[in-house]
Write a protein that binds this ligand. Sequence first.
Ligand SMILES: *Cc1c(COP(=O)(O)O)cnc(C)c1O
Length: 225
Amino acid sequence: MSDHNPVEGLHQVRAAIGRAATDYDRDPAGITLVAVSKTFPAEDIEPVLAAGQRVFGENYVQEAKAKWPALRERYPDVELHLIGPLQSNKAKEAVALFDAIHTLDRPSLAEALAKEIAKAGRAPRLLVQVNTGEEPQKGGVMPAEADAFIEECRTRHGLAIEGLMCIPPAEDPPSPHFALLGKIAKRHGLKTLSMGMSADFDEAIQLGATHVRVGSAIFGTRPKA
Ligand SMILES: *Cc1c(COP(=O)(O)O)cnc(C)c1O
């Protein structure tokens, strides 16, 4: 048990986002805080909901399915974002559960999502994940392939792509990665940039983030998986 208070964490993060918006001349309304609640149980999430936070991020379909339907009954206006890797065989569940998916990164997944979206008559907002650090173990399309993949999603699969997401390598300064993501987005007229986590959301806001994904700064240190 930790004595970390998620509501205090939420208020601190919101204040820091507000300061960053002022510092970098951004409209705070253009920056959405995605509270990343992965690994934390409903009893840690509930007070954050009660404090008014409505946009949450989860990494795993199964975990989200176990935790969120009950919370959503009490907070129907919750917006749930999938920020972890998605297997094509979970596309159906993901389309049913999430309002946004940040991790579209390969043709087979684009095809699976297009099929499930057509069947469900419900379309989560879609972001293409770009592996800006070209790390082999990480999800995301390589930067050199991003242009072709975005086009393929649009023309071949008929998917509306809203924006891009990246997770810079832990050991790199994040800003060049955020700048690269912004540059690719601009080429395609994409308005949504999901970038910045607890350690680097300030830099991300400076470079145009519209969605910052913040977990530990709100909920505390995650237990090691
Ligand atoms: C876990 C996670 C986060 C949140 O990370 P923190 O450092 O705890 O803020 C953000 N984005 C993704 C993709 C994650 O997996």
